[in-house]
Write a new protein. Structure first.
Lengths: 346, 360, 278
């Protein structure tokens, strides 16, 4: 018999074994996509050349392309993609809101503004200090949006929170745009960065960002158990013994670190934080730890795929990964909308 | 005329066959705002690279001053001022309509995809047409000059059609109005992505021009802009006012509105289309000026202390934009900021204050 | 899936002898494409009576009411008003016949009681003729009937829950419709306010209106309704006078609760005393 009030349909809790198998499959997908990332591009390289280059045996053009351009780029894509996926998963669990994409919630915009201000006011152009600014900006913006969302009348519905996030993002981006108007050189760098791209980032970017993202992932993982309880509501979570403020702080920091690092490395990239956790949740059910793992893997796959598509579609030029995720992310997000029961649960 | 208990004033013919309810306070406020707008308009015409005393402004208008002053007033400052009034009104009205319909003070065309769609169209033209004009909006009639507003309008229409079209198909259990909001947010992100991509295609100068347009500026707006926006407003404003009553019913909830006899789906389509058209025209004329559509309606609500004032929101929008434009010309000595920069810098904290003060 | 309905204008209910303006004909309702909440329901709502629809959570009461109020499109069959399909009638015309008080209505900010009640006159006003003496009178009458006349100038969101409910009721009363649909009008109200609302329903009935209400509390339904409709899983298990419908075996069937049925000493209607769940 149908219920009058529709209960959200939660997929049956998948067995541990099945989930583990899923992770293995996903890792295989990650590896496959990575290979694609190394092989394809403005110039398609046959597989054996790629493998030879990796093993250090080739010394020609292929070696340069693979080792110096595509390897760091692909690895960065995997890293940033997984950071975005995990950031989105934590944000959605933390706010109990299926629309909580750090991009939508103003976190990316905060990082963007911080980077612009740092470049313009303090002449900061190297990655390491930029990272700090980005994370700081992300933290400030994210906190502002979450506070506004939970303390005001408009932010209590999922759509309301998204609107708060969009409004705050618009504010931050317009301030950033205004600042940028004053200096042609900053504008020139900013506009390429703003679109979200993996191009032109070298190994140094990778090595700077990797530990930060790893740290964020650890924070997220630690917060995951508490988030399982938070999903049931603040009161229930407290009743279950969770130190709510501490859990929120931990999770919030994870989101900010992951997103800030991703944005600092590759610019603001849309939709991965929104769509990936939904797809992951359909496979894993609500358990946050597994959700994190799946989101990380799916995010990595998605971003590298977007990057590869961008490289192929407009040969010999490139479409940046951020444009591709914007274009394909929208139909995915819309399809998710169509499938959702109500605005509040998925 | 007879007073009713409460805030309304009834104006009717003796037979009673024709009668109109007017909210007393709203009418007062609207009249006051009209005066404020007029005063600001005069101020705006007086300000510029050099300050013109009021009597010169007036004689410039009448054509009795010397040629230079008359030219300045009639060809540059007056059209700019009028455009500010019209664009501000259009934005204020558009925001009032969407906010009333969605019952959410944050849902303005700014964030629902229309403005970013228009931006995408405009920037596409700007980048592909190349640097055919001199300066920002340009006084020279290059291809960009004509093409950009058309591109913006096309972008606005396309995005509005997309948002409304996609929202017309059912999506889970989501009510229709919320669908519009969500789809608008998603498409907004897509268009912004396209805009950002377009900015990377051309050279820095083109990007700079595009960036200024995106911020929104009234520089160099002439009589052709006045005609375009003026026509749109002349048609769409009365239409919106006619739909006031059903809009009031929707404010009580869509269920009640249907019960009271309102054809809600049709009303929703008409009002969103109106709002998007107004916003599209405004953006086509002056670029993506932000925050006016967002902030004018709540401010109007606060002073009239009534539900969803439409005319007052329009007037408030005009006042806000005029003020922003005057400030833009004088905040930085020697330089002229785009008006959109001022609305952003002032609008941002205003938005935050507004959000913080809304009841939890 | 649309089944053409019978075209008789009003049906005389052989049991009560009253005619029904509002009927359903093989009505099927559902929210999701694969499941129906209500299937092929035939129902007559007696004119001039107070009808209460009762049943356990999820039996379809509110879904049915929403369909009667034309807020939900039928998946099959139809709701008929005076013999015509509700969906085919102009919505304004229906608005003059049928009023609805939904559950938990949300009040917009900054509106006074009088302003709120005034909006109930929408179906009677047009763009050109926005107000008339009759409208004014209807509003004032509605305020008096619901005892909100001295609160008329207050902001609605400053009122208590019970007062706010009365304000919304005043809106529906001002709408001046012969048929009234109320969706759980007493839920979330305290005892005094519940009685307030129910006594008002009784007054409206005395004035000749037809009331159909979804009620959670079976004993309230017994006391204040002339006609009960008990739903389970989307179909009618029993309908009729409260003393006919509320028997221990029926309560078991509808609510899965073992009970004893006494007589309410105040109103001489059935009083259901639950013993244990089944």
């Amino acid at each position: 018999m149908t219920l009058l009030r529709e209960r959200p349909s939660v997929p049956p809790a998948a067995g541990q074994a099945r989930l583990g198998l899923g992770v293995v499959l996903l890792l295989a997908a990650v590896a496959a996509v990575a290979v694609l990332g190394l092989a394809l591009g403005s110039q398609a390289l046959p597989l054996w050349e790629v493998l030879a280059a990796l093993r250090g045996q080739e010394a020609g053009d292929a070696s340069i392309i693979v080792l110096e351009q595509r390897l760091p780029r692909t690895m960065l894509g995997l890293l940033v993609g997984s950071a975005l996926g995990m950031g989105g998963a934590v944000a959605q669990s933390l706010t109990r809101n299926p629309l909580a994409d750090p991009g939508l919630l103003g976190v990316s915009a905060g990082a963007a503004l911080a980077i612009v201000v740092a470049a313009f006011a303090a002449g900061v152009t190297t990655l390491a200090p930029q990272l700090l600014f980005a994370i700081g900006g992300a933290a400030a913006a994210g906190t502002a949006v979450l506070l506004l969302g939970t303390r005001t009348a408009v932010g209590t519905t999922p759509q309301g929170l998204a609107l708060v996030g969009v409004a705050v993002s618009a504010v931050l981006i317009s301030v950033a745009s205004t600042v940028v108007l004053f200096d042609a050189q900053t504008l020139d760098e900013y506009r390429f960065w703003l679109v979200g791209s993996l191009a032109g980032r070298g190994m140094s970017t990778l090595t700077t960002v990797a530990p930060v993202i790893a740290g964020g992932a650890v924070l997220a993982w630690i917060a995951s158990r508490a988030l399982d309880a938070v999903a049931l509501g603040d009161d229930t979570a407290r009743a279950l013994g969770v130190r709510l403020r501490r859990a929120q702080l931990l999770a919030g920091t994870a989101v900010v670190v992951l997103t800030g690092a991703a944005v600092a490395a590759a610019g603001p990239i849309a939709f991965i934080g929104l769509a990936v956790p939904h797809a992951a949740r359909a496979l894993t059910g609500p358990r946050t730890a597994w959700l994190l793992a799946y989101s990380a893997a799916l995010g990595a796959v998605l971003l590298v795929l977007a990057d590869v598509i961008g490289r192929i579609v407009a040969r010999p030029n490139e479409l940046q990964a951020g444009v591709i995720t914007a274009l394909i992310g929208a139909p995915i997000a819309l399809a998710l909308l169509r499938r959702s029961r109500s605005g509040a649960t998925v | 005329m007879s007073g009713l208990p409460g805030a309304e004033l009834l104006v009717s013919t003796p037979s009673g066959r024709l009668s109109v309810l007017i909210n007393r306070r709203a009418a007062l406020v609207a009249s006051a705002l009209l005066l404020v707008v007029a005063a600001l308009a005069v101020l705006s015409t007086a300000f510029g690279t050099r300050w013109l005393p009021i009597d010169q402004v007036l004689s410039g208008l009448l054509g009795t001053a010397d040629r230079a002053v008359t030219l300045t007033v009639r060809e540059f400052r007056l059209p700019r001022t009028v455009v500010a009034v019209l664009v501000g009104s259009a934005l204020g009205l558009a925001g009032a309509l969407t906010q009333a319909l969605t019952r959410n003070p944050l849902a303005s065309p700014d964030v629902l995809g229309v403005v970013s769609g228009a931006s995408a169209g405009a920037v596409a033209v700007l980048i592909t047409a190349g640097g055919a004009t001199v300066g920002y909006g340009g006084a020279a009639a290059g291809l960009s000059e004509v093409g950009v507003p058309i591109g913006a309008l096309a972008g606005a229409l396309l995005s509005a059609a997309l948002v409304l079209g996609l929202a017309s198909r059912p999506a889970g259990a989501l009510p229709a109005t919320q669908r519009v909001v969500l789809i608008g947010i998603i498409l907004n992100a897509v268009f912004l992505g396209l805009v950002q991509w377009a900015l990377t295609i051309g050279d820095v100068d083109q990007a700079a021009k595009a960036a200024v347009w995106l911020t929104g500026s009234l520089h160099g707006r002439g009589w052709e802009h006045v005609t375009a926006v003026g026509l749109a407003l002349a048609v769409l404003l009365p239409l919106a006012l006619l739909l006031r009553r059903p809009l009031d019913a929707v404010a009580l909830g869509e269920d009640i509105a249907i019960t009271l006899g309102v054809r809600v789906p049709r009303l929703r389509l008409v009002l969103f289309t109106l709002a998007f058209a107004l916003a599209g025209m405004a953006v086509a004329a002056a670029g993506a000026i932000g925050f006016v559509a967002l902030l004018a309606p709540p401010l109007a609500r606060r002073i009239t202390r009534s539900g969803a004032p439409l005319l007052t929101a329009a007037l408030m929008g005009a006042a806000l934009l005029l003020t922003a434009d005057v400030l833009a010309r004088h905040l930085v000595p020697g330089a002229e900021l785009p008006a959109g920069a001022v609305t952003a810098l002032v609008g941002a904290p205003a938005l935050l204050v507004m959000l913080l003060r809304s009841r939890s | 899936m649309n089944v053409p309905p019978n075209m008789t204008s009003t049906a005389t209910d052989p049991a009560t002898g009253t005619t029904s303006r509002l009927r359903t004909d093989r009505l099927s309702l559902g929210y999701r494409p694969d499941r129906l909440v209500i299937a092929e329901l035939n129902l007559d709502l007696p004119t001039g009576a107070v009808t209460a629809i009762i049943g356990a959570n999820g039996c379809g009461k509110t879904t049915l009411l929403r369909a009667l109020a034309r807020l939900l499109q039928p998946r099959g069959g139809a709701v008929l008003l005076d013999g015509q399909q509700l969906a085919n009638l102009p919505t304004r015309q229906v608005a003059r016949q049928l009023g609805l008080l939904p559950q938990g209505p949300v009040t917009p900010d900054g509106i006074t009681v009088r302003d709120l009640v005034r909006r109930g006159r929408m179906p009677h006003t047009t763009v050109l003729r926005q107000w008339s003496q009759a409208d004014q009178q209807a509003v004032e009458d509605a305020l008096v009937v619901t005892r909100m006349d001295d609160l008329a100038g207050q902001q609605v969101d400053a009122l208590s829950g019970g007062q706010r409910q009365r304000a919304w009721l005043a809106l529906v009363v001002a709408q001046d419709t012969p048929l009234l649909l109320l969706d759980e009008p007493t839920t979330y109200l305290d005892m005094a306010h519940q009685l307030d609302v129910l006594e008002l329903v009784r007054d409206l009935h005395a004035a000749g209106k037809t009331v159909v209400m979804v009620l959670h509390d079976v004993n309230q339904a017994a006391r204040y309704a002339d006609h009960l409709i008990a739903l389970r899983d989307g179909s009618v298990v029993a309908e009729g006078r409260p003393d006919e419908v509320l028997t221990p075996s029926l309560v078991e069937e509808v609510f899965a609760v073992r009970c004893q049925v006494l007589t309410d000493p105040v109103s001489d209607t059935p009083l259901v005393v639950p013993i244990a769940r089944l």
